[in-house]
Design a protein around this ligand. Structure first.
Ligand SMILES: Nc1ncnc2c1ncn2[C@@H]1O[C@H](COP(=O)(O)OP(=O)(O)OP(=O)(O)O)[C@@H](O)[C@H]1O
Length: 682
């Protein structure tokens, strides 16, 4: 049976999808306002570059002007001879000589006669012009010889010599040296880009470059974009932007630029084969650090994005905190705390925003925030972690309350079921923005006793808090699954990843598949402090350098924030001096503790001795017991052990050779009571 033949390539599309075609064209549209004119700072930086470039070239040639003058002077006699030769040729119409000879050879007397007459007439006219000019020049020269030459005359002479020198310059020689342009002020050209792409060792690229750039297209011209050059490139079929990003080091080598200047980025919204190569004039980590716009003055509204940093091109990047939460991750010492501090100071400058700040490293890097924070604690101790959990419990309770409040609001007041700026402004509703920040949060989640509870609380807060005005900011130097619960990391919206060691950490901070999609914070070098990939703020990942605010500067900003809060009457909690550090509910197991301090070798022990030992074991719990007089100490332990059915009795002991009888306990009673023991929480 004959198989029907199916034509796979049809002559014309049967059904043209107009919408998608139009959509495709929209993507390739060039911007009406050139990129560099979109912002004042941007435009200024381009103008500065052009001025810098022009000044460089002018200065380069100005310093070589004596050399150029000498060259022109030396070549001027040849130029003069060339001019004289040209004049003779013109005057006597010598260019026409070969034609006249040809006509003479044809022996056509009539044409020859007409030509000779025309030639004679032309020569006569030209002789008159040339001789007159020569006489005028000679007379002028004689006149000038008698006078002192003026500045203008010298200038004219210089100009004449220069002109003759230029004319006398052989065609294969130059007057001006070629300015050796340093790479910072070198233009990025398509030739340079093609050469660099051809040097990456990607077979498809090599083939394309070998064929004379066939297959590599520049959909838009290479333009100045901020303090650098931007080339948009369509790669050969099958080559992706990620392939280029992986070879960033080779690309920088091929472009002869420092690594920190070369930033290939994908443009996935167009197609995976479109790469944007941006080549900065300066290494990103050496570029001038712009000041945080609110460093000296200003108040912030957290319902609007908070300036966080700048991208490679110097464009400001702001993070909208409200309805978001954020995870910052990196290897130690790459700028997590600095990044967190920028956002916290931003939140602090909004007097309506409540702050709860826990820095679990204990270096005091966020200390400035204690001036404004409702809760602040710093340290790697268990007590700090407890304080953090206690604060999280409060936030969780508040979350429930806020949910009820929102639920109870009429639909026309709260149509979206979420906190709005208007609702947050109504103090009585208690829906003000609340920021909880935990630096080195791995200490919290990996904590033996509180880790599980912290995970539960943070997961709930991160999932439900957004709409309720509660923002969780977490920073960690150990972004692995043990220290960063997936319930938390999976629900984060804004992610900032500074340098990390490998794919796992990268994807833990930036989300699954980030590495595969070319968003790789492993590309940063050791010098790239404060520089990271920022996700969740715009459609594409942005390389961002956080604003640099050091501790003293942060202190001054916090002072301003405190003054704003005092004026607004919103200073609360610890910063207002109302509360001590949130006191952790302390849980302890008295029977186990007494057994721990009374070894099996001591069958009986006095209460007062036991309490002194307990105070060393847990100063927070038993310290106040030990501070009492002897009798009170004894009574305290007797009363505390009574609920376990342990009776104190008289215990005889000899101390320093002196025997005495005091109230104490028998260890066996404790061992018997142990199964019935309970954990006390206060
Ligand atoms: N935006 C920035 N620009 C320039 N340098 C920065 C920036 N952010 C941080 N740094 C530098 O990086 C150093 C380390 O920063 P930071 O203390 O925030 O790191 P970290 O990641 O929190 O460290 P650790 O893991 O030890 O807590 C700072 O001392 C600072 O000099």
């Amino acid at each position: 049976m004959d198989m029907p033949i199916l034509l796979v390539d049809q002559a014309a599309p049967v059904d043209v999808d107009w919408m998608s075609e139009l959509e495709q064209r929209t993507k390739n549209r060039l911007p009406i306002i050139p990129l560099w004119l979109r912002s004042k700072t941007y435009a200024l930086s381009v103008i500065r570059w052009q001025a810098n470039h022009a000044a460089y070239v002018v200065a380069y040639h100005a310093t070589r002007s004596p050399k150029y003058a000498a060259k022109l002077a030396a070549r001027s006699p040849q130029g003069a001879a060339k001019v004289a030769r040209g004049l003779v040729v013109w005057t006597f119409d010598l260019e026409g000589k070969p034609i006249r000879q040809q006509v003479a050879a044809t022996k056509d007397g009539d044409i020859y006669l007409r030509m000779t007459r025309a030639h004679d007439k032309r020569v006569k006219n030209r002789l008159i012009i040339s001789l007159s000019a020569a006489v005028v020049l000679a007379l002028g020269a004689i006149l000038l010889m008698g006078t002192d030459p003026s500045y203008d005359q010298w200038l004219a002479l210089g100009g004449l010599v220069a002109l003759l020198g230029r004319i006398g310059t052989p065609a294969d020689r130059q007057v001006f040296d070629r300015a050796v342009i340093p790479t910072q002020v070198q233009k990025l050209t398509s030739d340079l880009v093609l050469r660099a792409l051809g040097a990456l060792g990607v077979a498809e690229l090599n083939k394309a470059v070998g064929k004379g750039s066939n297959g590599i297209n520049f959909p838009t011209p290479i333009v100045r974009d901020g303090p650098g050059w931007r080339a948009d490139i369509d790669l050969p079929f099958g080559v992706t932007a990620t392939d280029i990003m992986e070879k960033r080091v080779r690309l920088a080598s091929a472009l002869r630029r420092p690594l920190g200047c070369v930033w290939p980025e994908p443009a996935m919204h167009i197609h995976p084969g479109r790469v944007v190569i941006w080549v900065g004039d300066q290494d990103m980590n050496k570029a001038k650090r712009p000041a945080w716009p609110y460093a000296k003055t200003g108040q912030i509204d957290v319902f609007k994005p908070i300036p966080f940093g700048t991208d490679q091109r110097g464009r400001e990047i702001a993070i909208p905190l409200i309805y978001r939460n954020m995870l910052i991750g990196a290897m130690p010492g790459f700028g997590k705390t600095f990044a967190l501090r920028v956002l916290l100071l931003g939140a602090a400058l909004d007097p309506s925003c409540e702050l709860r700040v826990f820095e679990l490293k204990g270096t005091g890097d966020l200390k400035s925030l204690s001036k404004v924070a409702h809760h602040y604690a710093s340290g790697a101790k268990d007590s700090t972690i407890e304080a953090c959990v206690v604060s999280l419990r409060e936030v969780y309770k508040d979350l429930e309350k806020r949910a009820d409040t929102i639920d109870g609001l009429p639909e026309d007041v709260c149509p979206e079921n979420k906190v709005t700026a208007d609702l947050a402004a109504q103090k009585s509703l208690g829906l003000h923005p609340l920021v909880v920040a935990v630096d080195e949060c791995q200490e919290l989640f990996a904590h033996e006793e509180f880790g599980a509870e912290a995970e539960k609380l943070c997961t709930a807060i991160i999932k439900r808090g957004r709409a309720l005005g509660i923002i969780l900011l977490l920073a960690t130097q150990r972004p692995d699954k043990d220290s960063m619960p997936t319930g938390v990391s999976g629900n984060v919206l804004v992610r900032f990843c500074l340098k990390v060691a490998g794919q796992t950490e990268n994807d833990m901070v930036l989300g699954t598949s980030a590495y595969k999609n070319g968003i790789r914070a492993t590309v940063f070098t050791d010098a790239d402090l404060g520089i990271g990939y920022l996700l969740g703020v715009s459609t594409e990942a942005r390389i961002t350098r956080g604003y640099y605010i050091d501790n003293p500067a942060a202190g001054l900003i916090a002072d301003r924030a405190r003054a704003l809060r005092i004026a607004a009457g919103t200073l609360s909690g610890q910063s207002a001096g109302d509360l001590p550090t949130p006191k952790a509910e302390i849980s302890f197991d008295l029977v186990a503790d007494v057994l721990a301090v009374v070894p099996a070798s001591e069958e009986k022990q006095w209460n007062s001795v036991i309490i002194d030992r307990l105070a060393v074991l847990r100063p927070d719990v038993y310290g106040p017991w030990a501070d009492q007089a002897d009798d009170a100490k004894t009574a305290q332990l007797t009363a505390a052990l009574k609920p376990y059915g342990i009776q104190a009795g008289q215990v005889f002991k000899t101390v320093d050779g002196k025997g005495s009888n005091r109230r104490g306990i028998t260890r066996t009673h404790l061992v018997e009571a142990a199964p019935k023991r309970i954990r006390v929480v206060r």
